[in-house]
Design a protein around this ligand. Structure first.
Ligand code: ADP
Ligand code: MG
Ligand code: MG
Ligand code: MG
Ligand code: MG
Length: 444
């Protein structure tokens, strides 16, 4: 939406908005809110609102803690759920340093920087259609805390009464539509208690904003139904984890750059270079698209998640799939990404990988249309098929060896990310799990 300041003042008045939630995203992908009363609206619209950035993970040191919040007027949205105190509106903000420069520790600012590079190279839009999956667990009615009890025993495309999460999911879709989302589909996923909602693709920046808003809406509506919605990648070992497939296409002023009527499989040479870049950097952007210890428990064979670096136009199981759609719908689907990723950082890394392919004319390996899981190690080696990193630790090692992907994050985000994730790994590897006691306590 192209809202002006006057539009926003008018809508706030008409809808009795009493509070403003100023949103931005931290290094971990967590939405941060600064809530101010409506009396601060003019100050906000004039870029005169400050906040203390030192309390935000991975942001700044204490001595440089004062930051400005510049509202992105196009993101103004009134939450449909009212309260006795009037309505709450949210607006996504860009974080600026005290001397009024875009703060490069803000993942959204960083994505805007990478998108500007893309535009300087002659493209207009990087379009992103995400497919986020999540689980619904019951809340404990006494404590209000999440339990590990699932809400249903349904599975893929099941209908009520098996699918008891259906009402909750339906309300999620209605709320999203009220907020202006174009929901294309929603369905029960393969695992019990697991769901997917697909909304229409948008330009990268707004698609990331949508992912963040989506998570907030899902969690809020679930809570009203006595449920906890989690985007943790693999909450249960025995069933499929939650992914967030990323569908992507690159546009210039003539439309979809990936399409060529006369190309091999109707894909353009540029599409192949972009794909070459994605494949080349896939192992090193995995730390960003799959940033938790738990992410790697999803990337294992047997649960529909990718394990090997390969692409296919036919098979649904490889890392990158080329869906059948052509012309303006020509796109790649990256299937490794999970919803614990910071979307702004993940999309920046993915785009940079593709652009590197274009700049350096990187040809992708041949497509693999056979079932990779049926091949043995020898066959995979012969076909040049590498595997994705198996742990966060290995993924971080790959990231630290790839200057292109580091460049996609910029110095501030890269350093803070590696530092935070190394601590996370160190903490995990010092833990002794029940699995180990079950295996070794009596054996040795
Ligand atoms: P799947 O077959 O993998 O389940 P879905 O139908 O669930 O795919 O989701 C497809 C996603 O791709 C949607 O978000 C849709 O808006 C998006 N999409 C469609 N065309 C494009 C395009 N040209 N560029 C990027 N995303 C697109
Ligand atoms: Mg889908
Ligand atoms: Mg699907
Ligand atoms: Mg799915
Ligand atoms: Mg998909």
């Amino acid at each position: 939406h192209d809202y002006t300041k006057a539009d926003i003042r008018r809508m706030a008045k008409e809808e009795n908005v009493q509070f403003l939630r100023l949103m931005f995203t931290d290094l971990y992908g967590t939405i941060k809110n600064v809530e101010v009363p409506i009396s601060q609206l003019d100050k906000l619209l004039d870029n005169k609102l400050m906040f203390d950035g030192s309390s935000i993970d991975g942001f700044v040191r204490i001595e440089e803690s004062d930051m400005w919040l510049y509202p992105d007027l196009s993101t103004w949205m009134i939450f449909p759920w009212g309260s006795e105190h009037g309505k709450v509106a949210r607006i996504i903000c860009e974080v600026y340093t005290a001397d009024r420069k875009p703060f490069m520790g803000d993942p959204r600012n960083n994505l805007m920087r990478v998108l500007d590079e893309m535009k300087a190279e002659g493209f207009t839009d990087f379009n992103i259609g995400p497919e986020p999956e999540f689980f619904l667990f019951k809340l404990d009615p006494e404590t209000g805390k999440p339990t590990m009890h699932l809400n249903d025993n349904g599975s893929y495309f099941d209908f009520a009464p098996v699918d008891m999460g259906e009402n909750c999911r339906r309300e999620i879709v209605l709320e999203l539509e009220r907020m202006g989302f174009d929901v294309e589909a929603s369905h029960h996923e393969v695992a019990p208690g697991q769901h997917e909602v697909d909304f229409k693709y948008e330009d990268a920046l707004h698609a990331c904003d949508n992912i963040q808003t989506f998570k907030l809406v899902v969690k809020t509506v679930a809570r009203k139904h006595g449920l906890h919605a989690t985007f943790m990648p693999k909450p249960l070992a025995q069933v499929n984890g939650s992914g967030m497939h990323i569908n992507m296409s690159l546009f210039d002023k003539n439309g979809n750059v990936f399409y060529d009527e006369n190309g091999d499989q109707k894909l353009s040479q540029k599409a192949y270079y972009f794909l070459g870049g994605l494949l080349k950097h896939a192992r090193s952007f995995t730390a960003i698209t799959n940033p938790t210890v738990n992410s790697y428990k999803r990337l294992v064979p047997g649960f529909e998640a990718p394990v090997y670096v390969a692409w296919s136009g036919r098979n649904r199981s490889p890392l990158i799939r080329v869906p059948m759609a052509r012309e303006q719908g020509t796109r790649f689907e990256l299937r490794s990404v999970d919803p614990s990723a910071n979307p702004y950082m993940a999309i920046a890394a993915i785009l940079e990988a593709g652009l590197d392919g274009l700049r350096n004319k990187i040809e992708p390996a041949a497509s693999v249309d056979r079932n990779i899981y049926a091949m043995d190690e020898e066959e995979r080696r012969e076909n040049g098929i590498k595997d994705l990193p198996s742990t966060l630790h290995n993924a971080l090692k790959e990231l630290k060896n790839d200057e292109v992907i580091q460049g996609a994050l910029g110095k501030h985000l890269f350093n803070n990310f590696v530092e935070a994730k190394t601590l996370e790994w160190d903490s995990y590897r010092q833990d002794v799990s029940q699995w180990e006691r079950d295996q070794y306590l009596e054996l040795y």
